[in-house]
Design a protein around this ligand. Structure first.
Ligand SMILES: *[C@@H]1O[C@H](CO)[C@@H](O)[C@H](O)[C@H]1NC(C)=O
Ligand SMILES: *[C@@H]1O[C@H](CO)[C@@H](O)[C@H](O)[C@H]1NC(C)=O
Length: 200
């Protein structure tokens, strides 16, 4: 990632993030995107901003985080994530989200053992530039996850600040999270997933 979008975003944030809600507000609405067209999500994405709760130890942070999405005709969605562990010698493939079952709610998929109540949600996307996604482990009431991961993905290695800003606004309004704890993903294209790299 170049430093320029980052700097622009931080300036945005100094000006605008003040208005994001503080703390964990209870009136969240983390449903999936309505009228989602899953087949348009197909292809490679790059992690851009992410936050995990509880937080990940620094030595477990992954770089080169690149999800590859496939939509099957029967409605299942498969996401294989290529990433590089810290000090890792080789890129790994994470298959935790490789078999996402539709739930009947647009943009909401189930994964893991049925009793786990794990959900993957596409909160917002324009398919061609950005996606805002939520991985919710052990969802109790809607939006109450025992563990969660919130991510902004980009179709390119960089992301135009307008999408970063609108993504953070969506996260604030729909997921009730502040900018706190978010980190930028690092991409040096060491994994070069399927050779389908699109630089910005
Ligand atoms: C749906 O299709 C995918 C890909 O063809 C396949 O792997 C999966 O087993 C199918 N799932 C169901 C429930 O039929
Ligand atoms: C959004 O993606 C489209 C398609 O790749 C691209 O032409 C456009 O420049 C992108 N918009 C921005 C602001 O980056």
């Amino acid at each position: 990632m170049s430093d320029i979008p980052c700097a622009v975003f931080l300036v945005f944030c100094v000006v605008s993030c003040q208005s994001f809600p503080k703390g964990e507000v209870k009136h969240c609405n983390p449903r999936g995107m309505q009228n989602l067209e899953p087949e348009k999500l197909t292809g490679i994405w790059y992690g851009y901003l992410w936050r995990r709760h509880p937080m990940v130890l620094d030595d477990r942070v992954l770089t080169e985080y690149a999800p590859y999405v496939t939509a099957a005709e029967n409605g299942t969605l498969s996401i294989l994530i290529e990433a590089l562990p810290k000090d890792g010698q080789a890129c790994i493939v994470i298959d935790e989200l490789s078999s996402l079952q539709p739930t009947g709610q647009s943009g909401v998929y189930a994964f893991g053992p049925p009793e786990s109540n794990n959900h993957f949600k596409i909160i917002d996307t324009d398919y061609i530039n950005y996606s805002v996604v939520l991985v919710c482990y052990g969802e109790k009431r809607q939006g109450w996850c025992q563990k969660d991961a919130i991510q902004i993905w980009s179709r390119r290695v960089g992301l135009d600040p307008i999408y970063v800003y609108s993504g953070m606004k969506t996260i604030a309004q729909r997921l009730c999270k502040t900018f706190e704890g978010f980190r930028f993903s690092v991409h040096k294209l060491a994994c070069n997933l399927r050779g389908q790299v699109t630089k910005k």
